[in-house]
Design a protein around this ligand. Structure first.
Ligand code: SF4
Ligand code: SF4
Length: 347
């Protein structure tokens, strides 16, 4: 393991800026997100919590042009937009968001290869930073990892006060540190402090869900209309929980016509909570709100595990913190009925 003093981190970021566009957590207009590092802001070195806007926005842009098109004679000419994805380094991504990135990778390289997404992923390096003060809405430890887990990143930093202990997780991570000034070998005392910091952070995650019980109950709940009507009653279908969820990845596609026969195709984030979701290709099969709320919860805790053998929720807590009506996924999961509904209540 290695170590770097906090005061030496800016110089390291400057060095990395020679090869990458460096992003770091930044808070502007009250909303934190990964922003291109301005060479000045270092508040993120001591603000060890996840951002409001998740880093998925660095890979699946909230809106992007896919290509321009032009009609010539009887056929269309397409001109891809964007070119090669820039090399980006995300400094300070948190373990829950790193895991979320690995989770949505599965979709974008499974049945088909989404080159828009994968181009950015392949050209990215993730430098993780463990949480030292998780929110009370976080529940990552129930999902098999913790707030300082060194996984799904290229290197991981653990705050030990005036310095970070660095774990090099991948070869990319090792290469990043080659020849870096201010990086030294961690001492036994440093690693002891890092272990203590990780244990302290994990102990602060007091919100829990019972994954084993949820796995048993969730398939039984699917037909329980009464239950889903009850737990969806206060949702206003605003879509905030989906847009801010690091593992939600739905998008819509729209053509902007400039003049007859030419224009551009765009894609933008979409949300299964919206009544108009999937309206364009067909009718929305989930016209009632309770069906859409059921979809959101089942997608994460039933459908995704069936497809990819992993729960598509990292317990980051954003959907709890940001919901305008205090809808709380952990309460819904805890109240899943123990058995299937009676035939008359099924839908
Ligand atoms: S943020 Fe809350 S109100 Fe908005 S869609 Fe999600 S659960 Fe419903
Ligand atoms: S469902 Fe909620 S807690 Fe789970 S990953 Fe999405 S935003 Fe985070």
């Amino acid at each position: 393991m290695k170590k770097i003093k906090k005061q030496d981190v800016p110089a390291l970021l400057v060095k990395w800026q020679q090869d990458f566009t460096v992003f770091a957590p930044s808070k502007k207009s009250g909303v934190s997100r990964m922003e291109v590092w301005d060479g000045q802001d270092t508040a993120f070195l001591d603000r060890n919590r996840n951002t409001v806007i998740p880093p998925k926005a660095n890979f699946l842009l909230n809106i992007e042009k896919m290509f321009d098109f032009r009609k010539e004679g009887g056929s269309y000419t397409l001109e891809p937009a964007g070119g090669e994805a820039p090399r980006q380094l995300l400094f300070g991504i948190h373990p829950c968001d790193a895991r979320a990135t690995a989770i949505i990778d599965m979709v974008f390289k499974d049945a088909y290869e989404d080159n828009y997404y994968l181009g950015r992923r392949r050209n990215s390096v993730l430098v993780g930073m463990g949480c030292t003060s998780p929110y009370d809405s976080c529940f990552c430890t129930s999902l098999g990892f913790g707030p300082a887990e060194a996984a799904d990143v290229d290197m991981m930093l653990t705050d030990i006060g005036d310095a970070f202990v660095i774990e090099e997780v991948t070869d990319k991570g090792k290469e990043l540190l080659a020849g870096a000034e201010g990086v030294t070998e961690a001492t036994a005392d440093d690693t002891k402090k890092a272990d203590a910091a990780k244990a302290a952070a994990a102990a602060k995650v007091t919100r829990k869900i019972n994954v084993e019980e949820i796995r048993k109950r969730i398939p039984l709940s699917f037909d329980d209309k009464k239950f889903w009507e009850k737990v969806s009653a206060k949702c206003v279908s605003c879509g905030i929980c989906t847009f801010l969820c690091p593992t939600c990845y739905c998008f819509d596609i729209n053509d902007e016509m400039l003049k007859s026969g030419s224009g551009a195709r765009y894609r933008n984030w979409d949300c299964c909570s919206f009544p108009l979701y999937t309206k364009m290709p067909a009718e929305n099969p989930r016209a009632e709100k309770w069906r859409r709320v059921r979809q959101k919860v089942h997608h994460k805790y039933a459908f995704y595990p069936e497809l990819f053998n992993i729960i598509a929720c990292t317990g980051c807590g954003r959907c709890i913190r940001q919901c305008p009506v205090n809808w709380d996924i952990t309460q819904i999961l805890a109240s899943l009925p123990a058995g299937a509904p009676a035939a008359a209540e099924k839908k």
